[in-house]
Design a binder for this molecule. Sequence first.
Ligand SMILES: [Zn+2]
Length: 281
Amino acid sequence: MEITRTIKKLLLGLAAVTAISATAQDKLAMQAPTDKTLKSIEALKLQKSLAYEDLDMPASQLYTTWETERVHYYPNAIIPDSFRIDLSGYYMPTESRKITSNYGYRRGRMHKGLDVKVYIGDTIRSAFDGKVRIVQYERRGYGKYVVIRHPNGLETVYGHLSKQIVKPGDIVKAGEPIGLGGNTGRSTGSHLHFETRLLGIAINPKYLFDFENQDIVCDSYLFKKAKSSAGGSGIVYHRVRKGDSLSRIAAKTGSTVSKICKLNGITKNTILRPGQVLRCF
Ligand SMILES: [Zn+2]
């Protein structure tokens, strides 16, 4: 009895899947000739969006809602104990290498992003492939900002823009321009306020992006649920570059030489090889 029911359910599920792709096909077919340029742009957009929805993405295990107004609203979120975030498809949001303010406590309040120096009109790009969730204006906060959800599970926030050039629902590629640098909202001097979050939990962008070297810090980042409610903490890896020393890596990641030695079973005299990955936390 139970088995027949399961099979029935499976068949129904399959039928639903087939039905969805048939509609998708129809939608594409309907976009066909008539006004060539406009229709083909629309068809391309639709194709892009269908291809995106078809992706087997880690993000779909995490997020159950799609909210286009509120930035940090995850009413029924189940935060996994750990979650690996693949950073390999990254693109630096800006060419700027200058950090003007770090993540952390600042003037008595938590600054949950990284400030990167940009000038008004500088191109700001999506850090990964993704789907634009929010395009809004917050006078006393982010100013003109954009929030993008990425298949790897991260959401990125880009604040203080002078212009937003995407719309909610847009599918963007890593590196695709999403706005222009600016000084809107709670900001003194033009800069990009950049946040990286998982289910609304802020992760220090410095653990993921190395703006000075225009690179990612590691190919993947292991998010670990914090024991307290203080937010995300994680295991931090660092890929050794030419000229790196243990003290330099310690300074860069906010760790200490002895901690890095202990975590990796090395001594402070061990010779580091470029490309070698060290755990720093
Ligand atoms: Zn900021």
